[in-house]
Design a protein around this ligand. Sequence first.
Ligand code: ZN
Length: 220
Amino acid sequence: MNHKYYNVHTHKKPQINNEVCIRNAYLTPIERFEPNYFLSTGLHPWHVASISAKELMSRLEKNCNNKQVKAIGEIGLDKFATDYERQKSYFDMQINFAAQRHYPVILHQVKSVEGVGSVIKDFHEPIILHGFNGHVSVWEQLNRNGKTYISVGSNCLNPSAKLLQTLKDIPLKNLFLETDNAAVLVQTVYEKIAGIREIETSKLMEEMATNFKSVFKTNI
Ligand SMILES: [Zn+2]
């Protein structure tokens, strides 16, 4: 029996003993992180003004030489952030990089379903729509490659009617759980979502273990 709490996207190190997480490293050099958890690396759409395209690609490349890195992310498009054209160009570059190197992508998307859809239309690696809070039809629309997941975090603790319905409708094989930046333990997210699905927490843990190992090619 696998009794680990898989946390697909967090900005913190593991908060409980049996947590397996992917921590967001941004473009920070990998050696600055402890070796006992996984990382994702990428330029967040909020930070596009801070770096040149050349510097972005060289830091991405360097970080991906480290086996601790399991995904590119979080990357994406955000209508509420500045410089949307530059966001698109950097997002496109990072998607191409992930495609060439066969990395899954952790995606940040705010009011940009169409923009994101056009960039990922030929992307064949797994995509995780992190911090998902929308209707299941948004997932359906973006799931062109059949390998697209939603990841839900602290929003589930006080879900909108829309998210509550999504959590009932989404196939478990397309779900991940996360804590992102929230002051919440991953265990609390698992317990809440198991309750919404009317299944045992241990069953949810098993399902998430299967998804995690298959997407990130890990054996823990
Ligand atoms: Zn995040």
